[in-house]
Design a protein around this ligand. Sequence first.
Ligand code: GYE
Length: 325
Amino acid sequence: MKTPMIAGTALVLGALFATTSVIAKDLPKLEVKDRYKVGFAQMESNNPWRIAESKSFEDTAESCGWDLISTDAAGSAAKQVADVDSMIAQGIDVLFLPPREEKPLIPAVKKAFAAGIPTFLVDRSVDPKNAVAGKDFVAFLGSDFIQQGGIAGQWLVDNFKGDKAVIIELEGTTGSSPANDRKKGFDDVIAKQDNMTIVASQSGDFARDTGRQVMETLLQAHPDVNVVYAHNDEMAIGAIQALEIAGRKPGKDVMIVSVDGTRDALQAIIDGKMGVTVESSPFFGPLACDVMKRYAAGETIEPWVQVKDRVFTSANAKDHIAEAY
Ligand code: GYE
């Protein structure tokens, strides 16, 4: 009996020592000062959401004391890594990073940490198995994408009028946190419905034109489709275009559900072509400023600074279109 217990104790102690050495390094500190050199490494600027987010950072810069260095990775995770590298070399005090995909940006996050730069992930996160808030970066500022997908799915369940829902899903950028999680949230709700099937699920890269092209192809394979779930509004608008070209009536014979809350989506809801869009706010500038200041003041930041989202339907789209982007 004795020997195995001693061996067990040794194992536990070994594990304890290993853990201690891993967590020994603290998050980099941030001084309280009037001006900060701030890096914002945008991933692409090919849709209104991205443009609104970049503008929100630019608009916040002066009032928050930021000397802002912004880059645009033009849809390439490799360029986004290089952009972060160059910001580190320029001696930024703080990094705000929306990682295009969950895995390729992890080395960049760790490099910023090693250089002593507090890093905040904004709008998208990284793979939590490989990089952790409070340890490898300060915090993730963003929405609950699983919940967004779930709300879109539940709205469909509550509003679908036909006998059988034949659903095409247009996924966001492969390997990105919103694509992974918006899929999970929606698919889990649909899996519980006897009368609903997702017949195809394919990436449209969060882009309008790719969404349109993918929809054109999928429409030929599944002419009986009567629901489209798009992971963002740009792809939903692309899908609406593809359906109209094919002589279908989005909003009438095909229900469209989506995420974001762009101006075009709210207009499509008002026009009766789209059923719902679950909000995902791009206005991160003021929140980023607030969290950065709290961090500099020595506050412990919650690992996930969660953005609360609204839901836009025909009941309220008109009230919000003026403030939409
Ligand atoms: O939904 C989409 C954008 O990461 C939350 O990315 C963001 C998503 C947003 O390209 O339109």
